[in-house]
Every structure is written in structure tokens, then in C-alpha cells.
Design a protein around this ligand. Structure first.
Ligand code: NI
Length: 189
């Protein structure tokens, strides 16, 4: 088990499109395992390789796990070389990012989405969902394209995000509290 340091906004790796994975070996499996450990430790519902400083097209996710519920089961999934297919509908709920700690802004996304690709062993996988899961797919594939969710914000939310980033890093205790509040908001619907 290895929890890796998470790169934060301002780090060039987060603005750099990641390369397709071509070699499926023990190193890739280890990267996936470490990314899963890092995601749960944060805690977060998804994590893309550039966030741990690796420019490869791989992300991990688990939108069902509830970090505040000790009985919650972990079911981590890995997608390598994902192809995103946006579905119908729109949603505009709050979105956050482990690389932009403590901040959440309403972010327009499609309501449904699916991803296809392969797992860390190279076997084909495909996942579809709505709501938080669809938001997660769009957010993580954006990371692999070198795009942060901040770039998706519009109007006042965009201006608020720019102002918050100018104010500098959020206090870690405040960031944790904000994360807890967002998770409880999601549980209530
Ligand atoms: Ni993110």
C-alpha cells in the first residue's frame, strides 16, 4: 500500500494531456493499486494519474463508497485509455477536485455518461451511469486531457473560483470540513 502525494492546481502536470498506456505490466498494476490507496486516503470518489504526477491515461473511481460510514464497502474500479461517451441530459451540481482542495463549484455536465477502455490487466471494461458517476467520468477524463473542472465553470461561479484561487491555498481543516459537508449533501440526494 502506498499513498502518493496529490499534485495541486498550478502544477504543470495537471495541464498536460496524458499519453495512452501501451505497456501492461506489473508497474501499471502497482500504479493502479497506489492510485486506489491514494483515492481512499484523500478521501475522494475518483483519481486520475496526472494527479499523482504520472502522465498516463488511467483513472480509478468508486462513487458508492462512503468514507464517513465504517460499514461501507470499497469497490474500486480502474479504467485505462478511457473513451468517454457523454449521454443525454444536463446536471449542474457542486463539483470538487482533490487537486483543488476545499473548493466546490456548480459545474455543468451531462446527466449520463459512459466510458469504455481496459483495466490494468488489459481486459476490456465499460461503465455507464448518471448523476455523480457520470460527473466522475467526465471529470476524470478531463484530467487526462489536461483540463481541470475550473475550466468548465461559467459566469459568477467562474469569477468566484478565480477569486478563491487568488486568495491562496485553503486551510487543510477547512478543506476537510467542506469535503464532509459535500459528502453528506450527496447522501441526502
Ligand atoms: Ni479532480
Amino acid at each position: 500500500m502506498a499513498v502518493l502525494p496529490i499534485r495541486t492546481v498550478g502544477d504543470p502536470v495537471l495541464r498536460t494531456p496524458a499519453d495512452p498506456v501501451e505497456t501492461f505490466d506489473a508497474r501499471l498494476e502497482r500504479l493502479a493499486t497506489d492510485m486506489i490507496d491514494t483515492m481512499y486516503a484523500a478521501p475522494g470518489v475518483g483519481l486520475a494519474a496526472p494527479q499523482v504526477g504520472v502522465g498516463l491515461r488511467i483513472f480509478v473511481f468508486d462513487t458508492q463508497y462512503d468514507a464517513d460510514d465504517p460499514t461501507s464497502e470499497r469497490r474500486p474500479l480502474v479504467v485505462v485509455n478511457p473513451v468517454l461517451t457523454p449521454g443525454p441530459g444536463v446536471q449542474d451540481g457542486p463539483e470538487g477536485c482533490l487537486s483543488v482542495p476545499g473548493l466546490y463549484f456548480p459545474t455543468p455536465r451531462t446527466l449520463a455518461a459512459s466510458v469504455s477502455g481496459v483495466d490494468a490487466a488489459g481486459s476490456p471494461v465499460e461503465y455507464s451511469g448518471e448523476g455523480l458517476l457520470a460527473r466522475c467520468f467526465q471529470h476524470e477524463v478531463d484530467h487526462l486531457d489536461g483540463t481541470l473542472y475550473l475550466a468548465r465553470l461559467t459566469g459568477d461561479d467562474r469569477r468566484a473560483a478565480q477569486a478563491a484561487l487568488r486568495d491562496g491555498p485553503v486551510d487543510p481543516a477547512e478543506a476537510e470540513q467542506a469535503g464532509r459537508e459535500l459528502r453528506s449533501l450527496r447522501r441526502s440526494g
